[in-house]
Each structure stands twice: as structure tokens, then as C-alpha cells.
Design a protein around this ligand. Structure first.
Ligand SMILES: O=C(O)CCC(=O)C(=O)O
Length: 208
């Protein structure tokens, strides 16, 4: 997967949301070879597990698979279930360092955890939700890095229902911050036309 050399690099200071939050697109930040290598390692080395969510009091397994990594067995509770972090994988530390360097001018931060998602193909997506768990604090900075198949990522305003959509491609970095999680939902859309896998890494800071 070689990135198109003529794809314009988006200005990260440009806000993709019209109001009530900030989403910055840094474009593709890894060379094709590096992104391919990371994707291969992540697909093969991560102990992917189907996610569990509690719906109407019942535990169900999602088609999408996940993994949770971070410092000191950090705990993260979402969808009614608490996960304990696995110790950083060397590739995740390398990507985390690169992400922190890229965003240092606009959103300087140090992440202490990462939620990974694996979508086998376009039949698997992620339903509307916000990353607004208590552990993430009031205005979390969440950096998402994508590898593999391009997928449509959509934001929907909680009050006005206004939508903003974008494609997330191999090696791309997107950062959500400000009041984004308070006012907007986001989702990964399903598509029967996508037959390749995609991995997303969402770096977060758990406040203890
Ligand atoms: O796969 C993605 O890019 C979205 C991930 C996401 O929404 C999440 O982990 O909360």
C-alpha cells in the first residue's frame, strides 16, 4: 500500500468540525513501507479478542475485535465492562512516540494507553458512541491512527444531528480534542464493498 505522493497534506490546525469540538487531520504520517510493516505486526502479534458489551443487562460479543494496552495494568471501563491494560508492545510504543511528536505543536500530551480495534472487513463497524468515560476526564485528547482498508468515519452532533464524514486511510493520524466527546457521537460505517481488514489505534490518557 503506497501512499499517493500527490495527496495534499491537510493543515492540522484546520478543524473538521463546524462547532462544539475540535478534530484535526494530520493526513498520512507514515511512509508506505513503515505503515505496511506496522499493519503486519499488529495483525499478527496482538492477542485480538471479540469485544464484550452489556446491552439491556446481557453480555454480548461484538464481531469487531479489540485489545487494550497501557501503563501499569491501567483499568478502563466502557460498555459496562472493565478491561486491564496489557504492557506496551514495542510497536505501539514506537507509534505512540511518533504520534506525540506530530501533535506536540497543537495538542502536547503524553498518552498512557491505547485501545486497538480490528475490523475483518466492511461487515464489521462501530456503532454511534462518544469516548466520554469518567477515566478520560472532561476534554480528552484522543489520537487515532489507521492501518489497512480505508473506512468511512462519521461524526453526528448530539443535539442538532448534523453530520461530518471523512475517510480514514492507511497510516493516517486524526486527533479529537476540546469538547468533541461531550457534543458529538462518532461511528465507523459498515460497507459491503470492503473486503480487507483494518486496524485502528486510539491513544488515550486515563486519569487515575
Ligand atoms: O476504528 C476507529 O477508527 C474508531 C475507533 C473508535 O471510535 C473508538 O475506539 O472509540
Amino acid at each position: 500500500m503506497t501512499p499517493d505522493l500527490f495527496t495534499p497534506i491537510p493543515a492540522p490546525e484546520h478543524n473538521l468540525l463546524p462547532a462544539d469540538g475540535i478534530v484535526n487531520d494530520y493526513g498520512v504520517i507514515f511512509s508506505g513501507n513503515k505503515a505496511d510493516r506496522y499493519f503486519h505486526i499488529l495483525m499478527n502479534d496482538i492477542p485480538w479478542q471479540h469485544d464484550e458489551v452489556v446491552l439491556y443487562g446481557k453480555r454480548i460479543h461484538t464481531a469487531r475485535r479489540v485489545a487494550w494496552y497501557g501503563e501499569r495494568s491501567l483499568a478502563y471501563t466502557y460498555s459496562g465492562i472493565t478491561r486491564l491494560a496489557l504492557p506496551w508492545h514495542p510497536v505501539l510504543s514506537e507509534i505512540k512516540d511518533a504520534v506525540e511528536r506530530h501533535i506536540a505543536a497543537y495538542t502536547p500530551t503524553q498518552f498512557n494507553s491505547c485501545l486497538l480495534n480490528l475490523y475483518t472487513d466492511g461487515n464489521e463497524g462501530m456503532a454511534w458512541h462518544s469516548d466520554d468515560e469518567r477515566e478520560l476526564g472532561q476534554c480528552p485528547i484522543i489520537a487515532s491512527v489507521s492501518f489497512g482498508a480505508s473506512r468511512k468515519f462519521v461524526f453526528k452532533h448530539k443535539q442538532t444531528q448534523e453530520k461530518t464524514a471523512m475517510m480514514l486511510t492507511h497510516g493516517q493520524l486524526l486527533v479529537m480534542h476540546g469538547e468533541t466527546q461531550r457534543h458529538w457521537l462518532h461511528a465507523i460505517m459498515k460497507s459491503t464493498k470492503i473486503h480487507e481488514p483494518r486496524v485502528s489505534l486510539t491513544f488515550r490518557t486515563i486519569i487515575e
